[in-house]
Design a protein around this ligand. Structure first.
Ligand SMILES: [Zn+2]
Length: 286
């Protein structure tokens, strides 16, 4: 199947009250793990690559791998740019075949964020590609984007409505208490704020930094209207954890496949569990 725009997947999620998992990838094993998990769970899925991932793997490789993976399965697959920060990067991804892009202007003053996001929406819409915007600043580190605690702030609901109306984005990433990377202590989500945003904003909401958030908090976020949930850190932990175990158990092994294969399997298991938690398992229309 060709890539499906994220907007299409999220419309179905909105109708049926679940969230679609968006999983970060930067190599062949992770692309395979994500799509294999989706096929096993009969789940729609979003493969996402950050600018750092594109720098590492190369844009052409990422698109080709994702395309090969999507062709081999019957579930809907989207390819999404995670945290694009420039208009040029977004355009390159649209031209390369991504079905969705995020433009993260959250570090900019509101009107500049709106202006940048609108430019991306205009180009993407013409190509049938969906756009995710971000308002509010999510704490932590996502590849090359680092936000200190003192710089982070939550999304203002009224501003969120204004932002969505002015930009025409298909979905909105909100800052309601999650963080990128690993948590120190237990994250506390501001559910009241999430519900208020949901009341005022008509597009699906996106939760970033969801690795390490307790299951019950994820369920509550989905009940309150989150329709796309990003997972990166927990996949990395599973993948690299398995690599460490294999290397430790077989110090003489020199076949990369013997080390990377079990890491890929470990990633599949984490991703499948997330799909069941988010409610997207079993929701693929095939
Ligand atoms: Zn993020």
């Amino acid at each position: 199947m060709p890539f499906v725009p994220v907007g299409v997947l999220l419309r179905d999620a909105e109708e049926q009250g679940y969230a679609v998992g968006a999983f970060n990838c930067n190599n062949m094993e992770l692309v395979q793990a994500i799509v294999a998990a989706a096929e096993a769970e009969r789940s729609p899925v979003i493969l996402q690559a950050s600018q750092g991932a594109i720098k590492y793997a190369g844009l052409a490789y990422l698109v080709a791998m994702a395309r090969a993976a999507a062709r081999g399965v019957r579930v809907p697959v989207a390819l999404h740019l995670d945290h694009g920060t420039s208009f040029e990067q977004a355009v390159r991804c649209v031209a390369a075949g991504f079905s969705s892009v995020m433009i993260d202007g959250s570090h900019l003053p509101l009107e500049e964020n709106i202006a940048l996001t609108r430019r991306v929406v205009e180009v993407a819409r013409a190509a049938g590609v969906s756009v995710e915007g971000e308002l509010g600043r999510i704490m932590g580190a996502e590849d090359e984007i680092k936000v200190e605690e003192r710089e982070a702030f939550f999304t203002d609901p009224a501003e969120a409505r204004y932002f969505v109306e002015r930009t025409g984005v298909d979905s909105l990433a909100v800052s309601v208490g999650t963080a990128h990377g690993r948590y120190q202590g237990e994250p506390r989500l501001d559910f009241e704020r999430l519900s208020r945003i949901k009341e005022l904003v008509r597009v699906p909401l996106v939760l970033h930094g969801a690795s390490g958030v307790p299951e019950e908090a994820i369920r509550e976020a989905v009940r309150r209207g989150v329709r796309k949930i990003n997972i990166d850190t927990e996949i990395r932990e599973a993948f690299v954890g398995a690599l460490r175990r294999e290397l430790g158990a077989h110090p003489q092994e020199i076949d990369p496949r013997k080390i990377l294969g079990p890491a890929r399997e470990a990633a599949v298991e984490v991703i499948r569990a997330k799909m069941r938690l988010f409610g997207c398992a079993g929701k693929a229309r095939v």
